[in-house]
Design a protein around this ligand. Structure first.
Ligand code: HEC
Length: 126
């Protein structure tokens, strides 16, 4: 990995929420940990993160980039070939658009983008 991200915050440390109450806290902690993990690099995302990424992908991206990341042969980039270490470029292109791709900043949150990256960044065909 050519770049590392020393500024990535250590999120969610030691905050075991009480069972039965404060379910919102659990969601917030999980979200923060997910963002921290995704911005460092797409290291071993949990299966449920990948699943959520798949469903966001199917809603917003599959019509151009193809089902299961398999490019149907149009203009859109084959996302299986996107450089796995480059979350910053992924985030920028998705938020701001690129070439024939619209900007997604009004539709997707940072967390959505992290989930998409969990999916796309961990796809193995390359
Ligand atoms: C309307 C069709 C369309 C949709 C929908 C779409 N894309 Fe794209 N996407 C494109 C095209 C076309 C390109 C090639 C852009 C270029 O390089 O000119 C592209 C390129 C990209 C790239 C490469 C950018 C780079 O830095 O080279 C990424 C990453 C990407 N898309 C992710 C996504 C994600 C994630 C979604 C869903 C949120 C999405 N796209 C939805 C058409 C689309």
């Amino acid at each position: 990995m050519p770049r590392s991200n020393p500024a990535a915050p250590a999120a969610g440390r030691g905050e075991a929420p009480c069972r039965g109450e404060r379910t919102r806290g659990i969601v917030a902690v999980a979200g923060a940990a997910l963002l921290a993990a995704a911005s460092a690099h797409a290291a071993d995302p949990a299966p449920e993160e990948i699943e959520e990424g798949v469903s966001i992908y199917e809603d917003f991206c599959a019509m151009c980039h193809g089902r299961d990341l398999i490019n149907p042969g149009g203009l859109a980039l084959d996302l299986r070939k996107f450089p796995k270490g480059d979350f910053e470029r992924f985030r920028n292109s998705v938020l701001n658009g690129k070439g024939g791709m619209p900007a997604w900043r009004d539709k997707l949150s940072d967390e959505d983008i992290a989930l998409l990256w969990a999916y796309i960044g961990s796809s193995s065909a390359n």
